[in-house]
Ligand binder design. Sequence first.
Ligand SMILES: [Fe+2]
Ligand SMILES: [Fe+2]
Length: 243
Amino acid sequence: MTITNKQSGTNVHEVADGIYRINTPVLYAGGIGAFSFNQYLIVDDDPLLFHTGLRKLFPLVREAVTSILPVDRLRYIALSHVEADECGSLNEWLASAPHSSPLCGTVAALISIGDLAERPPRTLADGETLLLGKHSVQWLDTPHLPHAWDCGLLMEESTRTLLCSDLFTQGGEGQPAVTESDILGPSERFRGEIDYFSHTRNARAMLERLAAAEPTTLACMHGSAWHGDGANLLRSLADAWDF
Ligand SMILES: [Fe+2]
Ligand SMILES: [Fe+2]
């Protein structure tokens, strides 16, 4: 793990071949305590950043990306759904990387990104695959899982990494960068305190579809990334729900 900003503790770690987690711990007042925001950089011919981080974190995330590759090489600035931690600094990235495009699902493009972003998005249909070089990502629509109509996830096929956004959100500072320990228990405790999931009746079917992709790395937006039998963990998450 490399610390890229001593003051904030922002750090980078390669969690799968060519996929880097950028982690910034934050401390919230009012009893929430420590939390973390991660972004994932896929280094390839067409580099992709999956979620931008909060707009106010942009200088820290840019500094971290710069430690891995020149920012103006970025080709895709991707997001799962429209929220500040997913795309708050989207326009700052588009300005810093002149050859980059927003990358999102069809619903996000239609309802938000086509209007909010300074350049039109590259839109991915459900099931569509995008080649980045050695890596390729498949877009999977997951409406309302865990929240937001426009929600979708990316599956990186060469490393079997599921870029799972807010699924398996864990509190705390997000260390270690990667764990093989249980993250379902901590993420369910967090969900018990903050009910950030929608209650879509299609959750189990969507989790089963994600499990069928057989990920071996789960790239969580909040907390540690995880290595292991992702299909089993996704099915355990479905079982943990009672709706
Ligand atoms: Fe979210
Ligand atoms: Fe998030």
